[in-house]
Design a binder for this molecule. Structure first.
Ligand code: ADP
Ligand code: MG
Length: 214
């Protein structure tokens, strides 16, 4: 069943969204939420995650247009700048694979994407926080590597991640804010704190929610 079929009410509350999804099918499971979104999997197909813009900490009527446009801008970015569009560039693996988007209900956007997992150990999450701020400050990759022994060590454990590729991926997000913001009528700012990085089953570190919009 499509999630859209479950969301009949206009401007439903976060609680309404959560209970409606849960009550519709016992196989829906909430796997995460932030300020604006709740993320669900169906236990029968757990590799596909549904990010519902609505059902996060804010009720839907408190979500402003820019939060929805920001989510749309990032989906647009992933489709055009991700590995699927540029298979030769491995650094683009640090963006999530988008499997579909449903905008039938303009109040409740649904983004279908690959399911990812949290980064462990927790300490690395804080180091990733630092990475995006350092790239934003214009620090060179050499400086970042020198200042970040723990992160470098974590990254070296797994050959799917390299500091160079992560740096490129973050830099390209920063450089693309203007273009994708303009396309969606908002001003984008970086919001790549530790909680907005997740990991694939193969260990690839993925930026899921890098921007906020104003
Ligand atoms: N593809 C995914 N797979 C698994 N969990 C996810 C996925 N996308 C997001 N999440 C979880 O849901 C949380 C909220 O999603 P996020 O995209 O950060 O939205 P928000 O704008 O509400 O912060 C994330 O912090 C993460 O824990
Ligand atoms: Mg987030």
């Amino acid at each position: 069943m499509k999630l859209i079929d479950l969301l009949m009410e206009k401007s439903p509350s976060a609680h309404y969204i959560r209970t409606t999804i849960r009550n519709s099918d016992k196989n829906w499971k909430d796997i995460g939420s932030g300020a604006s979104a709740s993320v669900w999997i169906n236990k029968l197909d757990p590799d596909v995650a549904f990010k519902v813009i609505g059902g996060g900490d804010y009720d839907l009527n408190e979500l402003n247009k820019s939060e929805k446009m920001c989510a749309l801008a990032f989906v647009d970015f992933c489709v055009h700048e991700g590995t699927a569009a540029h298979p030769a560039d491995v650094w683009r693996d640090h963006y999530p694979n988008i499997l579909g988007i449903n905008t039938d209900d303009p109040d409740v956007l649904q983004i279908k994407m690959e399911t990812l997992k949290s980064i462990r150990p927790e300490k690395v999450v804080y180091d990733l926080d630092y990475l995006s701020r350092a790239v934003q400050r214009g620090e060179t990759i050499e400086d970042i590597i020198e200042d970040n022994e723990a992160l470098v060590k974590f990254i070296k454990k797994n050959k799917v991640n390299t500091m160079e590729n992560l740096y490129k991926a973050v830099k390209h997000l920063i450089d693309s804010q203007g273009k994708y913001g303009k396309r969606h009528g908002i001003k984008l700012k970086m919001d790549l704190h530790g909680g907005n990085w997740l990991q694939r089953a193969d260990g690839t570190i993925v930026a899921v929610d890098p921007w906020f919009g104003k």
